[in-house]
Design a protein around this ligand. Structure first.
Ligand code: PLP
Length: 407
């Protein structure tokens, strides 16, 4: 057996299915995002507009964030130099956790190096704290939650996506005395649909279950202070553990959970994904804290974001393109085939300087491959016009169906 042959076979499988992923090499320019410069594989350079980033509000280049990061970098140096327990807890980490606890109206928050790690580490640790725990997990939960649930060694039940009746059946079928937690998302990032937060909290009350919500695609963007959809719907107090990221709307990096002081203390004490890894650099924590604090008082930016999403959806619908519209800020255009999706993405990039990455299996189910646009307040009318014209031309050029939008 040759190890190289095995690697070739594994990669060939992806090429055969048309879902081999290629990096697009871009350099963002501070103050000019969503404009960036792409370096092609042959070394030539091209100006592009980024339409698939998760820096939803442009906070990655905001002066408030950058000056907090510069200050912390100059004051303390590059890395934290340790795990949280061994010299890696600084005033910057503590300040950010306090900012996040306040954001979500919880007693405490716990930082991780990403929201992926926060989900994985927390969900895989919970059965150690609650022996016999059953996790009820939405079928379309993010890979990080699936991984945490898979690794935790406890019992799991998968309920059909957003199907509270199915969830009820599963809860009712289990021993009432056994500890339970329901894990779901507030916004599912590939379709842009909302989780039924209130109905799930009601079921949790009825069956004495805890609740775990991933607000990764909502924090910074929804609710009066940007705490997410649960804040918007006045349901935050009913959620036991709230997960969020500092890498998308907050424009920096890192992830967290917000919960009771006792819950955070227990996770902090038991989760290997928290204990055995170096903490975030202080400058990153400082930038994230500045971003969270800033967005607590920036409803205008949130409104501008929603307006941009509404305009883009309206214009793409006007062309008869098959977009999914659940009323969130995410704009998926369905293509339904990995090869076509990649081809459209390549043509948008090469011919129009528009960068939108193809979304394939396993991120979405096979047959639902798509282009996923993320409009933001930093995409102006010029960028929007260019995108709409390019999509119109491409749809005609490729003789693709112009279908009714799905809502
Ligand atoms: N949860 C959801 C729903 C996500 O979409 C993502 C990332 O794309 C994550 C968690 C992980 O977030 P992070 O990038 O901070 O690891």
């Amino acid at each position: 057996m040759s190890y190289d042959d095995k690697l070739d076979q594994a990669l060939a499988r992806l090429h055969d299915e048309g879902r081999y992923r290629t990096f697009i090499d871009i350099e963002r320019h501070k103050g000019h995002y969503p404009h960036a410069t792409r370096t092609r594989p042959d070394g030539s350079r091209q100006s592009v507009t980024v339409w698939c980033g998760n820096d939803y509000l442009g906070m990655g280049q905001h002066p408030v964030v950058l000056s907090a990061m510069h200050e912390a970098l100059d004051a303390t140096g590059a890395g934290s130099g340790g795990t949280r327990n061994i010299s890696g807890t600084t005033v910057y980490h503590k300040r950010l956790e306090a900012e996040l606890a306040d954001l979500h109206g919880k007693e405490a928050a716990l930082l991780f190096t990403s929201a992926y790690i926060a989900n994985d580490a927390t969900l895989s640790t919970l059965p150690k704290l609650f022996p016999g725990l059953i996790i009820y997990s939405d079928a379309l939960n993010h890979a990080s939650m699936i991984e945490g649930v898979r690794r935790n060694g406890g019992a799991k039940r998968i309920f059909q996506h957003n199907d509270v009746e199915h969830l009820r059946e599963l809860l009712a079928a289990d021993d009432p005395a056994v500890p339970k937690i329901i894990a779901f998302e507030s916004i599912y990032s590939m379709d842009g649909d909302f989780g039924p937060i209130q109905a799930i909290c009601d079921l949790a009350d009825e069956f004495n279950a805890l609740t775990y919500i991933d607000e990764v695609h909502a924090v910074g963007m929804y609710g009066p202070r940007g705490a997410g959809v649960a804040e918007r719907d006045r349901l935050m107090h009913r959620l036991d553990i709230i997960n969020g990221t500092l890498a998308k709307a907050y424009g920096v990096m890192g992830g967290y959970i917000a919960a009771s002081a006792k819950m955070c203390d227990a996770i902090r004490s038991y989760a290997p994904g928290f204990i055995f890894t170096t903490s975030l650099p202080p400058s990153v924590a400082a930038g994230a804290a500045a971003s969270v604090a800033f967005l607590k008082t920036a409803p205008d930016l949130r409104e501008a974001h929603q307006t941009q999403a509404r305009i883009l959806k309206m214009r793409l619908k006007g062309l008869g393109l098959p977009i999914i519209d659940h009323g969130s800020h995410i704009v998926p255009v369905m293509v339904g085939d990995p090869v076509h999706t990649k081809m459209l993405s390549d043509m948008l990039l090469e011919d129009h300087g528009i960068y939108v990455q193809p979304i394939n299996f396993p991120t979405v189910p096979r047959g639902t491959e798509r282009l996923r646009f993320t409009p933001s307040p930093v995409h102006g009318p010029r960028e929007m016009d260019a995108l709409v014209q390019a999509m119109d031309a491409l749809w005609s050029h490729c003789a693709l169906n112009r279908a009714e939008a799905v809502g």
